[in-house]
Design a protein around this ligand. Structure first.
Ligand code: BES
Ligand code: MN
Ligand code: ZN
Length: 501
């Protein structure tokens, strides 16, 4: 998508196929709506009194208003003025972009970002607007036999009408939002692709593509032999159940030397993404009903790749490392068996009581590998537990960390990007549940607090640095009729990184 800004002064003269103006409930017009109303001899006032109730996210299209250059004015409902928020604004921008897509328009103009919200800046509002437009224009056809070109959204450009003095900040926000949207698009498409196409090899190739596209990105893709040489016995124990070749992917985004921040001593932020391209459960096999959804079990990895795309596009002046352990979890004659004991890269041994708790088995070795970067912080992102879906549904990602400052920074980034997380406990008392009679720990802790004991398991491999874990099992994709990847938590991760500058 392309975005630009335009001054609000002469709104009625803006030449566009569709101009979005906000309307609050009970006929309260925003300044932009009021301007258009006066230019058109009160055309809006009549309509909002009778047929437009301005419920959040609803639209009403008015064509060929007298005195208005825009072909259409799209009234966008904002709900009650006293309840207006960043979330309502984002939904309104999305509704407008969705209207433009359904009307097959190639461009439109929006005045919605100019509406003030307490505690928010024009930069934050345009950033959210660009992300919302990216959401509305997302289209998946990577595995259609004959992609229908006409079905692809034609919307290519949105002009944001804002006060002239806000132009620089608004453009910065649009640039950031567009990069986040592009990162989400990559994450969503990787998530949506089926497991037979989106393999560990394919994820490695995708990382290599990023390396070719952006000078700031360097990528190393390791194969089974190289993973063996690293001593990643836990990761490899999952991989060996499948014919599909595993990959360990290392991405680095480096600040340009000239732009490097003063604090040279600070190590990079390391993002670790779970890359199970299909999780059958292994020998502890899952029920058949929604097993297809386990192609989404690489959404953590996809969010790391998406974040790297956004980072690189923005050329953020910071060092970030991405680590992706990737393989399939399959039952076979060479697969892990319940009761097997494996040795992780850290030297700690693990009794595999359930082969379906495989995410932690591949992540623990990546967490040990992360030590070599002397990171300032490590955040792992994983569709780790069904228990987290039970606890938090698809609203909040689960956030686990013993580091209050890191946890607060992630929670804040989540609120700012409307990609929220909820902090979960990580008390040592839960570690008890991981006791094993035959190894240093078991890979499951029984039914109680399943999301917490999974995080506790990971914590045993993350002692050397500041660490947080995001369980995105409920937020990375939607099931049912709207089945598909959401691109979360790319917005939260990008906001977290932007906030470090
Ligand atoms: N990938 C799943 C987690 C998952 C399950 C995500 C359902 C979304 C929906 C993970 O590998 C898994 O299977 N976890 C098990 C752990 C259990 C065996 C301790 C689970 O949650 O059932
Ligand atoms: Mn599993
Ligand atoms: Zn899994």
């Amino acid at each position: 998508m392309e975005f630009s800004t335009h001054s609000t002064a002469s709104l009625h003269q803006v030449k566009t196929a569709a101009l979005a103006v906000g309307v609050f409930a009970e006929g309260v017009l925003t300044p932009a709506a009021d301007l258009i109303d006066r230019a058109s001899n009160g055309a809006l006032r009549t309509v909002v009194k009778t047929e437009f109730r301005a419920r959040p996210g609803t639209t009403l299209v008015l064509r060929s208003l007298p005195g208005v250059a825009a072909q259409r004015v799209v009234l966008v409902g904002l709900g009650k003025q006293e309840e207006y928020s960043a979330r309502v604004h984002s939904n309104a921008e999305q509704a407008f972009a969705a209207y433009c897509v359904s009307a097959q328009l190639t461009e439109g103009a929006s005045t919605l970002a100019s509406i003030p919200i307490e505690g928010s800046t024009i930069r934050a509002r345009t950033r959210l607007a660009a992300v919302a437009a990216g959401h509305a224009t997302y289209h998946y056809d990577a595995s259609l036999g004959k992609p229908d070109r006409d079905a692809r959204p034609k919307l290519k450009k949105i002009v944001h009408c804002i006060e002239r003095s806000d132009a620089t900040q608004a453009q910065a926000g649009l640039r950031e939002g567009n990069a986040i949207a592009n990162g989400m698009e990559l994450a969503r498409t990787l998530g949506n692709m089926p497991g037979n196409l989106c393999t560990p090899t394919y994820l490695g190739e995708t990382a290599k593509k990023l390396e070719r596209a952006y000078k700031s990105v360097k990528v190393q893709v390791m194969d089974r032999k190289q993973i063996e040489a690293l001593g990643m016995g836990s990761f490899l124990s999952v991989a060996r159940g499948s014919q599909e070749a595993p990959r360990f992917i290392v991405l680095r985004h480096s600040a340009k030397p000239a732009k490097k921040p003063a604090k040279e001593a600070d190590g990079p932020v390391v993002l670790v993404g779970k890359g199970i391209t299909f999780d059958s459960g292994g020998i502890s096999i899952k029920p058949a009903a929604t097993m297809d959804e386990m192609k989404f079990d690489m959404c953590g990895a996809a969010s790391v790749l998406g974040t790297f795309r956004a980072l690189a596009e923005l050329e953020l002046p910071m060092d970030v490392v991405g680590l992706i352990p990737s393989c399939e979890n399959m039952p076979s004659g060479t697969a892990n068996k319940p009761g097997d004991v494996v040795t992780s890269m850290s030297g700690q041994t693990i009794e595999i009581l359930n082969t379906d708790a495989e995410g932690r088995l591949i992540l623990c070795d990546a967490l040990t590998y992360a030590e070599r970067f002397k990171p300032s912080a490590v955040v792992d992102i994983a569709t780790l537990t069904g228990a987290c879906v039970v606890a938090l549904g698809n609203v909040n990602s689960g956030l686990f960390s013993k580091d209050d400052a890191l946890a607060d920074a992630l929670l804040k980034a989540g609120r700012e990007s409307l990609d929220t997380a909820w902090r979960m406990p990580l008390d040592d008392a839960y570690q008890e549940q991981l006791k094993s009679n035959f190894a240093d720990m078991a890979n499951i802790g029984g039914p109680p607090a399943g999301a917490v004991t999974a995080a506790c398991f990971l914590s045993r491999f993350a002692k050397a640095y500041r660490w947080a874990h995001l369980d995105i099992a409920g937020t990375a994709w939607r099931g049912g009729k709207e089945k598909g990847s959401t691109g979360r938590p790319v917005p939260m991760l990008m906001q977290f990184l932007l906030n470090q500058l």
